[in-house]
Structures are given as structure tokens and as C-alpha cells.
Write a protein that binds this ligand. Structure first.
Ligand code: NAP
Length: 228
């Protein structure tokens, strides 16, 4: 019988995270979906499946991550650090790049995935995979100056992925990052060229192809390797 994998997705109440939940269920995964804000979970709650568990989790709070860790009694095959924000689309000297906003982006996008991986590591199955949802905007030679803090945060995600992959490779745990494409979500906006469903369908398919030799790589959503 086909193995039922367990996938844990942060930021799963909307956007790419929610689409990954639906796609994973279609692909016979057991899904642990986490959300930050209980007032925004109707789309997630409306999914009826015996293969879905939902939990409130803020990636910037270790206590919140540990609360969930203590409630789950199964090992995770795929940990997807998807939660992220971009609250500054301007450049470094725009109003939306106040110190407070820069720190918020760094806290959610950089500190968040480290805390998530750190606190859930004992729940990862042998041969498990940790996948950081990064962005092409974090690739050093990507043209553009806008969203300065967001770009820096995703460059950091690519870098922390390398450190964590080096730590976990000897244990057989694969650690990679994925660019999900430019996706029509609240973050990606209405002009993006992919629907969340198109992105999620490619992502889940390519997650299933990963093995330890991929550790330390950044992939595009279509499975091609990206230089960063
Ligand atoms: N859309 C694109 O074109 C695109 C391109 C490249 C990379 N990405 C990356 O893909 C990921 C998903 O993006 P998206 O487009 O789906 O964005 P989105 O629609 O804005 O959704 C972001 C998700 O992250 C959650 N989140 C934010 N802060 C959190 C926190 N502190 N703790 C837990 N959850 C938190 C949000 O929860 P709330 O509902 O509570 O706010 C929401 O569920 C992000 O990492 C993003 O940087 C997106």
C-alpha cells in the first residue's frame, strides 16, 4: 500500500499554504495545517477531512510552536516553513521601511523558520524533509531595488537553509528551499502569473521527488535548480 506521508504546513489558512493543504490531501498526505489568526480560518476550517488537523501557531513564538509540538503524536515527513510577510514593497528609504517594519519582516521570515525547524526537529521522521518557502527575490543577482527588507529576508532564508542542511545531512534529513513562482495571493497580487493551485500542485509533486542528494539546494516551483 502507498505510504501516507505526514506534512506540516505553517501559514496554511490562505494563499499558497492553503492551496498546499488542499493539494496534499488530494495526494493522500496526512496534513497538519497551522494558522496564526483564529479569525481568518474559515477557508481552512471548511475543509472536511479525517486526514487534516489544524492548530494555531505563530512562527515568531517558541511557546506557540511548542504548544503544537506537544499536541501532535505523529512524526512529520515534510515540514513546510511557508509562513511569511511582506509589509514593505518600497525601497530602503521609503516610509514602509521603518526600523519597526524591517524588524517585523526579519522576525517572521528569518527568525520564524529557524524557530519552527528548531522546535519541531525531534518530530521529523528519519529521512524527513524540511522545506523553506523562499523567493527568487532573495537571489543575489535578481534585478530590482524594491522590497529591500523582504529581499534580504529571503536571501537569509536561502542561507539559513544551507546551514541547517549541513547540520542535518548526516542524520539523513533533506533540507531545501523552494521559490513558489509568482502567485496570485494577497502577497503576490492580482497580476501574478500562477494561481495558488498551480503553484501548490507543482510544489507537492516536486517535494515528493526530493532525496538527500538535493539537500542545500534552492528549487523553482517547477523542480528546476536555481542559483542563489
Ligand atoms: N505570492 C508570491 O508570489 C510569492 C512569491 C515568492 C515567495 N512567496 C512566499 O510564499 C509564502 C506564502 O506566501 P503567500 O503568497 O501565500 O502569502 P499570503 O497569502 O500573504 O499568506 C501568508 C501566510 O503566512 C501567514 N503568516 C504571516 N505571519 C505569520 C506568523 N508570524 N506566524 C504564522 N503564520 C504567519 C499568514 O497568516 P495570517 O492570515 O494570519 O496573516 C498567511 O497564512 C511566503 O513565505 C512568501 O514569502 C510568495
Amino acid at each position: 500500500m502507498e505510504k501516507k506521508y505526514t506534512i506540516f504546513i505553517t501559514g496554511a489558512n490562505r494563499g499558497i499554504g492553503l492551496a498546499m493543504v488542499k493539494e496534499a490531501l488530494k495526494n493522500n498526505f496526512f496534513v497538519i495545517a497551522s494558522f496564526r489568526d483564529s479569525s481568518k480560518i474559515e477557508p481552512l476550517q471548511s475543509i472536511k477531512s479525517e486526514n487534516l488537523l489544524t492548530f494555531k501557531l505563530d512562527v515568531t513564538s517558541e511557546q506557540s510552536i511548542n504548544n503544537v509540538k506537544n499536541k501532535i503524536n505523529r512524526k512529520i515527513d515534510f515540514l513546510i516553513c511557508n509562513a511569511g510577510i511582506n509589509n514593505g514593497y518600497g525601497s530602503f528609504n521609503s516610509e514602509d521601511h521603518s526600523q519597526e517594519k524591517i524588524l517585523e519582516v526579519f522576525n517572521v521570515n528569518i527568525v520564524g523558520p529557524i524557530l519552527t525547524a528548531r522546535n519541531l526537529i525531534n518530530k521529523i521522521n528519519e529521512k524527513g524533509k524540511i522545506i523553506f518557502i523562499s523567493s527568487i527575490m532573495g537571489v543575489q543577482n535578481h534585478e530590482g531595488s524594491r522590497a529591500t527588507a523582504y529581499r534580504a529576508s529571503k536571501a537569509a532564508v536561502n542561507n539559513l537553509m544551507i546551514s541547517i542542511s549541513n547540520d542535518l545531512k548526516p542524520k539523513g534529513i533533506t533540507v531545501v528551499a523552494f521559490h513558489p513562482g509568482w502567485v496570485r495571493t494577497d502577497m503576490g497580487g492580482p497580476n501574478a502569473n500562477l494561481t495558488p493551485e498551480e503553484s501548490a500542485s507543482c510544489l507537492i509533486k516536486n517535494f515528493l521527488k526530493l532525496n538527500i542528494n538535493d539537500s542545500g539546494r534552492l528549487f523553482n516551483y517547477d523542480g528546476s535548480i536555481m542559483e542563489f
